[in-house]
Design a protein around this ligand. Structure first.
Ligand code: ZN
Length: 337
């Protein structure tokens, strides 16, 4: 589909209101992905097709058998803007998009059938009335009680997320595959529970039929500029503290070289950000902001850099990984689906 705004430079595009973009799932690459989700459901004999619409983020509105897909995925120019603004596009590849769709579909099915209020559910997935804080959970990376699907052991965030992730694994792979993959794991009990539950669903009408669309993009009068202002602020809200003493311990070691600490950091910037994102699963925007803050602090302290970069690199990489991981376990955790 052709849109006049697609040729605008970023600064002009940002002035537009989201509702004036007139993007739709139909005719975009999302159309095929939604159909793929529906055919996976049909192949399992599941009757409910969650109502998919464009929203501001990925989510399933509470109590509603619907899935909000972020509007920027509906057009390549908006995906490009998202990339410029946030440095990554959540669900921007086919596989990633399908993973999140299946996850949200798990929530949508829960909303349609209200499984989580039924008998036996809490014994398997835990008490869902605990305060909802997917941003502050403390994951146990080696736990075998949870399936592995989205990054950051997301199933451990909350019983509802555990269910959605278990559903996603159940939907994405044949019975034999998940049975063999999770053999000997406690998570297998959850998969078997979902398998049995879906057996009932095949012959049951849902409790809730009507989908409610929250934060629908076509009604959002917010400009893209405002949208990104809010989103960036949300992700940048509280970085881990960077301790000057740590920076001194890292940089003021060994014989002083020709470059300043800030210069070395600037040169290594991309490698460091890529490594942080890859091994912590944290958002790229956060990795980038963290490194930027580190560089400016090094400049303010006028730190020199040692001549021997080998040791420096190892120290720096380990420090950043520790900082981000610590933040992930104890501070606010920004990913939520
Ligand atoms: Zn979720």
């Amino acid at each position: 589909m052709q849109f006049a705004w697609a040729d605008l430079p970023d600064n002009e595009l940002l002035k537009l209101r989201i509702c004036d973009l007139h993007v739709r799932i139909e005719g975009s690459e999302l159309e095929e992905r939604v159909h793929e989700l529906y055919s996976e459901l049909a192949a399992r004999g599941l009757p409910v097709r969650p109502d998919c619409y464009l929203g501001d983020e990925w989510f399933s509105p509470e109590g509603s058998p619907a899935i909000a897909i972020p509007f920027y995925l509906a057009h390549p120019r908006l995906r490009q803007l998202e990339l410029h603004q946030m440095l990554e596009v959540e669900g921007g590849t086919y596989e990633w998009c399908m993973q999140i769709l299946r996850h949200e579909c798990g929530h949508a099915y829960d909303h349609a059938y209200q499984f989580s209020s039924a008998d036996g559910w809490a014994e398997i997935f835990g008490d869902r009335d605990i305060e909802y804080q997917p941003e502050t959970y403390r994951p146990r990376p080696y736990s075998k009680s949870f399936v592995r699907h989205l990054p950051n052991w997301y199933a451990q965030a909350h019983p509802d997320e555990d269910f959605a992730e278990t559903f996603a694994v159940w939907l994405s792979s044949p019975v034999d595959e998940w049975r063999s993959q999770y053999r000997g794991w406690n998570a297998l009990k959850k998969l078997e529970f979902v398998n049995e539950l879906m057996g009932h669903v095949r012959s049951q009408p849902p409790v809730v039929f009507k989908a409610r669309r929250l934060w629908e993009a076509s009604r959002s009068r917010r400009t893209l500029e405002k949208y990104y202002g809010v989103k960036r602020k949300l992700y940048a809200e509280d970085f881990p503290d960077i301790y000057d003493a740590d920076l001194r311990a890292i940089f003021e070691k060994g014989e002083v070289g020709d470059e300043s600490a800030a210069q070395v950091m600037r040169r290594l910037r991309n490698v460091l950000i890529a490594a942080i994102v890859r091994w912590t699963g944290q958002r790229k925007y956060i990795g980038s902001e963290l490194v930027a803050r580190l560089i400016s602090r090094c400049r303010e302290l006028a730190l020199p850099a040692p001549r021997d970069h080998t040791r420096l690199l190892i120290e720096l990489a380990a420090y950043l990984a520790a900082l981000v991981t610590n933040h992930l376990h104890t501070g606010r955790f920004k990913r939520s689906y």
